[in-house]
Design a protein around this ligand. Structure first.
Ligand SMILES: [Zn+2]
Length: 443
């Protein structure tokens, strides 16, 4: 895993994207035996806390200890222990990047249509001081350009000398789709259903494999930037699987942003990265093809709040105390086809029974009136357009709390497991379904 911090042998510590303050206190107060903290799991990266004792601290703490303790380690070895975590160059895509640098390097996915060998830019800010590696990806869907501008603004405003850790940004993952103004790859597949990829698979699967193994594998956490699909737009929001503790913890660090419980679809970058121990959230912003500056500004603010909260950027930031708003969300679908005319704005609060929009059949003049089925916030909506019956028109959010959403997420996962089992003629118990979807397995 990618943390580039050399650990003193005795001081392995379990870790999350944030540094564990409880353990800091133990390290400062306790005798040697309590200093040896095991990793939580082999999948998780280990990080040496910035407060790791110096060689002098070690001598002071360890020398008076009893037999069979860390004091048995020869003093000469302790004297040779590094005084501070070693912060080194980073090697990515064959480039060795120095400490305190901001560099644009090239990623060749190798599968541009027609066999051309075109590079995709990757911006790497390797900070002056140690810390985690945070990754940003945008335009996995080629028609979603808000994320490209968000990544540009975030990267542009960070100086390497201010950064404790590393930021890796891939502002246009699906260069092929972006050029053609197409959500999908040239093989008509959805790149965001092809992860973690297959080196011998479809075009989308090969690009996914290359991205995942050459770049994503270096990340300690990942924010994947998206926009609504098919002429739908979303307020700036996080899509998060709150049943996974590391992801739920990550979601709390973005300040006053909307957070929706959402299990990651199979083959998504979010689901695949989280599965290998890289907590990942999707940030949805606006609609496809267009740039929405107001929503982009909110997204940039939320991202900078995250970077400040995990101490990769200095704590000079504004959104550190306001809390996110959690929502259970539900799509409202049209019952007939026709021309949709919205009567509510994105982000508007509506009461149960309030008018949302109308769909008029252009031939027989029949009109469907869409009402809010409960008190809600319009988290997403289709733009005015032709729609067919069954089209997802409004994504309505109901205020909730993280515990309720976690519970709902777990129940919904259990139901999916049971349904899948039924389809192949198996009957499984509630307990078996729970075990199959337990957060620890998903990590
Ligand atoms: Zn997308």
């Amino acid at each position: 895993m990618p943390f580039r911090l050399s650990c003193v042998a005795l001081f392995l510590c379990c870790c999350t994207p944030t540094f564990a303050t409880e353990q800091d206190e133990q390290l400062e107060e306790s005798p040697a035996i309590e200093l040896a903290l095991p990793c939580q799991s082999a999948d998780e990266p280990c990080v040496t806390d910035p407060k790791t004792p110096s060689a002098n601290d070690l001598k002071e703490i360890v020398l008076p200890a009893e037999k069979n303790s860390a004091a048995e380690i020869p003093i000469t070895e302790l004297e040779n222990a590094p005084a501070e975590p070693v912060w080194e160059t980073i090697t990515l895509l064959g480039n060795t990047l120095p400490i305190n640098s901001k560099t644009t390097i090239k990623w060749y996915s190798g599968h541009i249509s027609g066999g051309f060998d075109l590079a995709t830019p990757v911006v790497v800010i390797h900070g002056k001081e140690p810390g985690p590696t945070v990754c940003l990806t945008a335009a996995v869907h080629g028609d979603e350009v808000n994320g490209v501008e968000i990544a540009r603004r975030v990267v542009q405003n960070i100086k390497s000398e201010d950064l404790k850790g590393t930021l890796i940004s891939v502002p246009v993952v699906n260069m092929d789709g972006l050029w053609r103004k197409d959500r999908y790859m040239s093989d008509r597949r959805d790149l965001n259903r092809a992860f973690p990829g297959d080196i011998n698979g479809s075009t989308a699967s090969r690009v996914a494999y290359s991205l995942f193994n050459n770049i994503i594998s270096h990340c300690d956490s990942l924010i994947d930037l998206h926009s609504g699909s098919m002429y739908r737009e979303n307020i700036t929001q996080l899509r998060v699987d709150l049943t996974i503790p590391a992801v739920a913890e990550m979601a709390k660090q973005f300040g006053a942003v909307s957070v929706l419980q959402s299990s990651a679809p199979s083959g998504s970058l979010r689901g695949s990265a989280t599965k290998v121990g890289i907590p990942t959230v999707v940030m949805e912003v606006g609609g496809p093809f267009t740039i929405n500056i107001a929503l982009i500004e909110t997204a940039v603010k939320a991202l900078r709040s995250y970077l400040s909260s995990i101490d990769i950027l200095p704590h000079s930031f504004f959104w550190s105390s306001p809390q996110p708003t959690f929502y259970a969300s539900q799509w409202l679908r049209s019952q007939q086809g026709g021309i949709l005319i919205n009567k509510v704005a994105l982000g508007e609060k509506v009461n149960k029974g309030e008018l949302l929009g109308k769909i008029s059949n252009p031939v027989n003049d029949q009109v469907e009136i869409l009402f809010a089925p409960f008190d809600a916030v319009v988290l997403g909506r289709a733009e005015d357009q032709f729609v067919s019956a069954g089209y997802a028109v409004y994504n309505l959010g109901k205020r909730s709390n993280i515990k309720e959403l976690e519970q709902q997420g777990s129940e919904s996962k259990k139901n999916v497991v049971k349904q899948n089992a039924q389809e192949v003629g198996l009957t499984i118990t509630d307990q078996e379904a729970t075990e199959t979807t337990s957060p620890s397995e998903q990590q």
